[in-house]
Design a binder for this molecule. Structure first.
Ligand code: SF4
Length: 63
């Protein structure tokens, strides 16, 4: 089954690192504290995994 990307909005500190590393998938909308996914079914690319690895809160996961 295809895995999806989860952002834990409670743990996220809004640092924006994921958006910097992988703007194709993560976006910080105007006025929002927590990034969201441009596409909830976005593919888990190497960049997405890199963003998850560098997330200081470790709040990007896959299921
Ligand atoms: S890298 Fe992690 S803590 Fe930083 S904005 Fe993205 S999800 Fe939030």
């Amino acid at each position: 089954m295809k895995r999806t990307i989860i952002i834990d909005g409670y743990e996220c500190n809004g640092c924006g690192s994921c958006v910097e590393i992988c703007p194709e998938v993560f976006v910080l909308e105007e006025g929002e504290d927590v990034p969201s996914l441009r596409d909830p079914n976005a593919e888990i690319t190497d960049k997405v995994e890199e963003a998850a690895a560098y997330c200081p809160q470790k709040c990007i996961s896959f299921n």
